[in-house]
Structures are given as structure tokens and as C-alpha cells.
Design a protein around this ligand. Sequence first.
Ligand code: GRF
Length: 227
Amino acid sequence: MTPDPISAGPVPGRRLGVLISGRGSNLQALIDAVADRRLDATIAVVISNREDAAGLERARRAGIETICLSHRGWPSRDDYDRALVKELQQRGVNLVCLAGFMRVFSSVMIEAYPNRIVNIHPSLLPSFPGIDAQRQAFEHGVKFAGVTVHIVTNDLDAGPIILQRVVPVLDTDTVDTLSQRILAEEHHAYVDAVRILLEEPWAVEGRRFVRLERAAEVSTAQPRAGN
Ligand code: GRF
């Protein structure tokens, strides 16, 4: 069965819109990957909901258009999202990358970019969604923390998982040292996930994000008995 185009990739176009609220180190990882040609894409615009986001300066330094669109003063979440969608669509954005964007979307945004919004979260979801994920994991006492890159749906931190990377928790760790190692892993994971979305055939099947070339390799390598 051919998946419907909305639930399948590669994403038809390589213009990224990156949404931030703060530091922007994941944005920087994307900027660097584009500059080094590890990622064949264009960052069309960086939008922050906060004027003081340090990431805005990173974008300006790289010559990328920036927009500050404060979330304050809008009659509703839908109205804010409509303004965001307008800015993104005007710039021909095909894929929206959340990089520390501290806002929850209404269905306006999700419906404008179905399976075309991606987020990075500093835990192995579905464990430790929401804020302060690294501290949640550390205080829970897990032995393996990590990173998840997932498609954004209406449910917070719960969309189909594109990839995950494991970061072991050391006995000598503090929340800070663990967070630093997770962040270093995030920077690789985000670039890899965006590359998969832009370059590989994939499909969302229920909750599962499936890389179709890999699925094909496995099915030819291991034919089932009786087939
Ligand atoms: C990262 O830990 C990311 O996983 C989470 O927010 C943080 C953003 O960091 N969603 P930065 O702004 O990219 O440095």
C-alpha cells in the first residue's frame, strides 16, 4: 500500500524554518551542518517568540533572516499560530524545526504542517516529557538517559519517534554534567534526523516512523520461512 503523501517522505523541499526561544545551540548545529554541506538544506528563517533569545544573534551572524514574534497580546493560541504559519509559508518553508521553542501549538500549526514539524527533546521519550527532562531522568536514577527527535503532533512530546540516542548516566554525574553530554549528542542527532526527513523515503505508520530503505533491506536479508 502506498502511504498518503502527508504521512510520507522525503519532505518535498529543503527550506527549513527554525523556531527558538533561547540559547539556540541546536540551531547552531543546523547552521554549521548546512555551512559544511553535511546537510543539503536552506535555513529560510529563524523565528523566536522572545526578543532576548541568544539564538537570534547566531542566526544573524550566519546571515539568516530572523523574526521575533512575541506570543503575548494575541487573543488566542490559534491567532498566534496563524501568524506563525503565515510567516513560514511566505518564505516557502517545507519543514519546521523546533529548537528549544517553549510554546505548545494549537491544531492550526499542526494542520498547516502535518508531519512536517520536528522537535528535539533531551530524554528517551516517552520517559520524562515536559520541562527539565535531564533533571527528571537524573533524579529518577535511570542508568541510561538520552535524546529523542520526534514529529510534533497535538500531544506534547508524544509524536512518532524519528530517532533516539542513548547517553549513559555515570555514577560521577551531576545534573549539569549529564545535561552537557546529552546536549552534545543532541547536536548530532538533530542534524541526522533532519537529513533523514529531507533525503530518505519514510512513512508514518500509526505511531511508528519507518525508514523505508532500511525496512526493505531487512526484508530482503531475512526472508520469512515459507515465503
Ligand atoms: C534542548 O535541550 C532541546 O532538547 C530542548 O530545549 C533545549 C534547547 O537548547 N527542546 P538550545 O536552545 O538548542 O541550546
